[in-house]
Design a protein around this ligand. Structure first.
Ligand SMILES: Cc1cc2nc3c(=O)[nH]c(=O)nc-3n(C[C@H](O)[C@H](O)[C@H](O)COP(=O)(O)OP(=O)(O)OC[C@H]3O[C@@H](n4cnc5c(N)ncnc54)[C@H](O)[C@@H]3O)c2cc1C
Length: 388
């Protein structure tokens, strides 16, 4: 996505506002409770507000009044919130109580500033970083001013299934996987997890739950009320993706990447068969349109409104449609909003841990799920459960 569609005046007004929050963030100021809306300069045009609101919806599923500015900074790569190889090794390395040698930074700065500065220094100067394409804040501001913040998008050939296949291929032979096997109950004895009940009983010293954290009380009895209350604070968002199969390739979708409609009922469109021609018959085209839908309204009325938006935005598409499919999902778990909660990795039950996107607010989608696993490994290590 590019800021190029905004007027030069809007971009000039936005640049110092972004610089300001980047600076605050660099010095360790917590911006997770500051909304995007309250950060925006009041002199922006209506188009700019609509654009930022749309970006907010697609980054968190919520509006710019509910989403934190921190989310924009991390979700748009303005600041880096990733884990370096060195940090990862520190998290999962065997705990052998190494002698603590305090860094110079740590000895002269308060702890919050030290951690933040250290991360910034690492991200800006570590040449061996595994995530080389993540922009440093300074270069990102430059790109905004010169109207070029868009990044090429990747799409795995054969879809997400190919990512799963790669993961499965990399697993050791000792790993067993059971699909179509729903866990009905997590078994607890004397405050400690002892297994799960699914198609049969599975006994274990440790259980990792990656389903919706909010649904945990439905598979486990006697969780403390305060804990259930916290889980209920997790905010979810529903999305609708409309897949349209077109009888020919349209000029409007003659690109690799995606396109955002940000006027009234925003959508995110992607002509997916341009990436992978096997996703549509020869000379035909498959295009996905993703919407965030209002949970208070019926799915039927939201779907109808979505079709109307597509047909209004691209008037000649309707007569080209030969296949249509609607998908309603919760694409990501906890929405990153100023009031929304996240689940802790540890639970009140000993050796029952949570992982997945309900436990981590960094990045999006699969990357966010991966971050949650890195953090979980760190917690298991702290608890002495990583190496048996
Ligand atoms: C249509 C769609 C498109 C997406 N596109 C992208 C994309 O292009 N890029 C990207 O990065 N992300 C994408 N995402 C988001 C990404 O898939 C999710 O953010 C990510 O998979 C979340 O990981 P997770 O581990 O938190 O949860 P999940 O992937 O949902 O994993 C939880 C697992 O737990 C299982 N489970 C839950 N309860 C039980 C139970 N009681 N018993 C047994 N098993 C249970 C579920 O079946 C599920 O397999 C997309 C999501 C959707 C829906």
């Amino acid at each position: 996505m590019t800021f190029g569609i905004l007027s030069k005046k809007d971009r000039l007004v936005l640049a110092p506002a972004i610089t300001k929050v980047l600076t605050l963030s660099t010095f360790g100021i917590d911006l997770s409770k500051q909304s995007v809306y309250e950060t925006l300069p009041r002199t922006l045009s209506k188009d700019a507000y609509d654009f930022v609101d749309t970006v907010s919806y697609f980054l968190s599923g919520k509006s710019m009044k509910e989403m934190s500015i921190h989310r924009i900074l991390t979700g748009s790569n303005f600041i880096r919130d990733s884990v370096t190889q060195e940090q990862f090794e520190n998290l999962v390395g065997k705990n052998e109580d190494p002698q603590q040698t305090e860094s110079i930074l740590k000895s002269i700065l308060p702890s919050n500033l030290h951690a933040s500065l250290q991360a910034r220094l690492n991200s800006s100067f570590t040449s061996s970083s595994p995530l080389k394409n993540v922009a440093s804040p300074i270069t990102s501001i430059g790109r905004l001013a010169t109207n070029s913040v868009d990044y090429p998008q990747g799409y795995p050939r054969k879809g997400l299934k190919s990512v799963l296949n790669a993961v499965l291929y990399s697993l050791p032979k000792t790993v067993g996987i059971k699909t179509e096997c729903e866990v009905k109950r997590i078994l607890v004895d004397d405050g400690r997890v002892v297994g799960v009940e699914a198609d049969e009983m599975y006994y274990a010293d440790m259980v990792i739950y990656t389903g919706f954290a909010k649904d945990l009380p439905s598979v486990i009895e006697d969780l403390p009320k305060s804990y259930i209350g916290d889980l209920n604070g997790i905010v979810r968002t529903k999305s609708l993706t409309i897949w349209l199969g077109l009888d020919k390739r349209l000029r409007e979708f003659n690109y690799i990447g995606s396109e955002v409609w940000f006027k009234d009922n925003p959508y995110w469109a992607m002509p997916i068969s341009n990436y992978d021609s096997s996703l549509a018959p020869e000379d035909k085209q498959l295009v996905g349109f993703a919407f965030v839908i209002d949970e208070k309204k019926s799915e039927k009325s939201e779907t109808k409104k979505a079709y109307e938006t597509i047909y209004r935005a691209i008037p000649n598409i309707e007569e080209r449609v030969v296949m249509q499919h609607e998908q309603i999902t919760i694409p990501e778990k906890a929405a990153v909003t100023i009031d929304g909660k996240f689940a802790d990795i540890r639970t009140p039950i000993k050796n029952l841990y949570l992982a997945g996107t309900d436990t981590d607010s960094r990045s999006m989608g699969i990357t966010r799920a991966a971050y949650s696993i890195v953090e979980m490994l760190g917690v298991l290590n702290e608890d002495g459960n990583l190496y048996q």
